[in-house]
Design a protein around this ligand. Structure first.
Ligand SMILES: Nc1ncnc2c1ncn2[C@@H]1O[C@H](COP(=O)(O)OP(=O)(O)OP(=O)(O)O)[C@@H](O)[C@H]1O
Length: 284
């Protein structure tokens, strides 16, 4: 189930039976990150946020990056999204070097970044406007998405009238409205209460199972990572690097009750043990 990254520490031996399968799922490689390093300039000199990252994301794969604060998760996402230049290495999406944000990309951040003076429907359509497309052509899809995320009737209301969870649903609809091939999500549910987070995990799984978009998801939560992912990358910090990788071979659709089952608990336990074993988080 798990394996150490080539240059990282070796993780504990595999304990779950299904690892006759290849460690990396088969399929077309959509995103290829090779030898990626990223440093920022700061008042106190350069900060190495990422070093020697090698990573592939396959077509229709749901990949989650899990790691402690400051290990470079957001930096990795921003580099893949073309929002930050890399210091070394390369990133290819569908074989093309990323030099600026690709059009075929939807992004959701922890803060929803909705514009309070625009209606929810108009907020969803912003990404279409940015792409220079006609909002009217996407209005039906925007309405369908809002409906799918339980926001029918709120199209002409404003973000300030919504709860945090509802706002984040609008932000997800905005990322999906032009039907991008890739979905990048940077801790989208990090600011939400536990129940709303559960609901949104289910809704995200539902839409991912329907559309099978290639997804990169960032979280600090081990159960959330296991619930949503095909594969989980665990990162370590100083400098940010890949420390371990897990293939999550649990049937879908997954239910919230599945989190109480033995296979789910074993995945969570093994990931936590790896995180503790790597010294990323101390156990007590
Ligand atoms: N614009 C910047 N200028 C200087 N240093 C930065 C900048 N952005 C990030 N860093 C540094 O790079 C490192 C990685 O930051 P990053 O935000 O990618 O981590 P993270 O894993 O996403 O953290 P968190 O989980 O807290 O959001 C940190 O040491 C951070 O201080």
């Amino acid at each position: 189930m798990s394996r150490g990254a080539a240059s990282g520490p070796v993780v504990r031996p595999v304990t779950i039976e299904e690892d006759q399968r290849p460690a990396t799922p088969p399929g077309i490689v959509r995103v290829e990150v090779a030898g990626l390093s990223k440093s920022y300039e700061s008042d106190r000199g350069p900060v190495t946020a990422l070093e020697g990252i090698d990573l592939q994301i396959h077509d229709s794969e749901f990949l989650t990056v899990l790691g402690p604060s400051g290990c470079g998760k957001s930096t990795l996402l921003k580099c893949i999204a073309g929002l930050e230049p890399v210091s070394a290495g390369r990133i290819l999406i569908d074989g093309k070097a990323v030099t600026r944000p690709p059009a075929d990309l939807g992004i959701v951040f922890q803060r929803d970044l909705l514009l309070d003076w625009r209606t929810n429907l108009q907020n969803v359509l912003i990404s279409v406007e940015f792409l220079g497309l006609k909002p009217r052509d996407f209005e039906e899809r925007a309405r369908q998405l809002l409906d799918l995320f339980g926001l029918a009737g709120y199209e002409d209301r404003y973000p300030w009238e919504l709860s945090g969870g509802m706002r984040q649903r609008v932000a997800i609809c905005r990322a999906l409205v032009d039907n991008p091939g890739f979905l990048l999500m940077d801790e989208p549910f990090g600011a939400l209460d536990a129940m709303t987070r559960d609901e949104l995990n289910l809704e995200l799984q539902r839409i991912w199972l329907r559309d099978k978009k290639t997804a990169l998801f960032i979280t600090h939560s081990v159960p959330e990572a296991v619930f949503l992912s095909d594969r989980i990358i665990v990162m370590d910090r100083n400098p940010g690097r890949i420390a371990a990788e897990f293939v999550v071979d649990l049937p879908r659709p997954r239910t919230l009750a599945d989190r109480e089952t033995q296979p789910f608990i074993r995945y969570s336990a093994e990931i936590r043990a790896t995180i503790t074993g790597l010294g990323i988080i101390r156990n007590g």
